[in-house]
Design a protein around this ligand. Structure first.
Ligand code: NDP
Length: 328
């Protein structure tokens, strides 16, 4: 048992479901680590789209709700039976709860040590978007060298990582963005073709000599879904992994047959971090790529924790590129 553990934590939480005005800063009793858990003093917090769905009420949660699953920081306390971690070590996770806080607890099994050469900010920026990009192209649909694939929102957080990992695999990347500034960012991440959303499916056909692509990674959802299906080759795979523009309405599966026997899946991170081996495979590869400089993380903006509402406003209003972080 450690001495000098904090009594209180400062959190930013949603009072009720609603717009960003429901956020408030509060002092709460500091979390205590149970058996197998770490108590971490937060260094940086990753902001993710899912937290906007939880705050607004699109995804059901109980209020007051402290959002956040992703963060980095220093271990300041250990629960019983923790092996392989010690006080003072730097860790990161994307599987904690309530990380919009100066302190959080996480199961040791769901935390990873942050290697030298990776900053606290990078460590908070990488896990969720990195693991997402990793499982999408290695597990959901395994991309082969030479394949041409379509991903949307190429200047976004997941988008920029996805493009870099796809290029490293030897794939050709077509992506979409909404502004010329974002198009430049997507190109810098390595995209071969950056399209506007308007008429993208037709352009994908032209680029692929009429064939279409074997896979679309679509995190935009409502506004791109039909165009994404239009972009697929016969027996192509539609990977719907998010709804930045809104959720896709109910869909008639017969349509998959009419379009050439397509496949469709709606994955999320939890189904691709099923055990220690899978977690370690993905995160070790990602962290070493960041440490070696092969994978560049674009941190779009950092905000004080108390201004989480501003981060959500920016994310939802489409103003951002790269990753958003909160700093306690
Ligand atoms: P991004 O940084 O990609 O931000 C979302 C982007 O989507 C915007 O910047 C914007 O880019 C584009 N977009 C298109 N239409 C809209 C719209 N109407 N409103 C807002 N944005 C729009 O966010 P993330 O990288 O954090 O996440 C990307 C997607 O991936 C989200 O849908 C998220 O929920 C999902 N996700 C899914 C996971 C999973 O495991 N299933 C895990 C992590 C994220 P532009 O202006 O260029 O169009």
């Amino acid at each position: 048992f450690e001495e000098d553990l904090p009594d209180a934590a400062t959190v930013t939480r949603a009072r009720e479901a609603g717009g960003t005005e429901v956020f408030e800063t509060a002092q709460v009793p500091a979390p205590t680590p149970g058996p197998g858990q770490l108590l971490v003093k937060t260094a940086a917090i990753g902001v993710n789209f899912i937290e906007t769905y939880q705050r607004s009420g699109v995804y059901p949660v109980e209020y007051p709700f402290i959002p956040g699953a992703e963060a980095s920081g220093e271990i300041i306390g250990l629960g019983e039976d923790v092996e392989g971690f010690s006080v003072g070590q730097r860790v990161a996770t994307t599987e904690a709860t309530g990380t919009y806080s100066t302190h959080f607890v996480v199961d040791a099994a769901k935390a990873v040590a942050v290697p030298d050469g990776v900053t606290d900010e990078q460590a908070a920026a990488l896990p969720l978007q990195g693991v997402t990009a990793h499982y999408l192209i290695n597990s959901t649909y395994k991309v082969s060298p030479g394949e041409t694939v379509l991903t949307h929102a190429g200047a976004g957080g997941v988008g920029q990582i996805l493009t870099q990992l796809l290029k490293a695999k030897g794939a050709r990347v077509i992506t979409t963005t909404s502004t010329p500034e974002k198009a430049k960012i997507a190109e810098e991440a390595g995209a071969d073709y950056v399209l506007e959303y308007e008429g993208f499916a037709e352009k994908v056909r032209q680029i692929t000599n009429g064939m279409g692509v074997p896979v679309v990674y679509d995190g935009v959802g409502k506004t791109t879904f039909t165009g994404s299906l239009d972009s697929l080759a016969v027996r192509g795979t539609m990977v719907l992994f998010g709804g930045a523009s809104g959720q896709v309405p109910p869909y008639d599966l017969q349509d998959l047959n009419k379009r050439g026997g397509l496949y469709i899946t709606r994955p999320s991170v939890q189904w691709y971090l099923r055990n220690a081996e899978e977690r370690s495979w993905r995160l070790t590869e990602l962290f070493s790529a960041v440490a070696s400089g092969d994978l560049k993380l674009s941190i779009g903006s950092t905000y004080p924790l108390a201004e989480a509402g501003r981060a959500h406003d920016d994310l939802e209003s489409r103003r951002t590129t790269g990753k958003l972080l909160l700093i306690p």
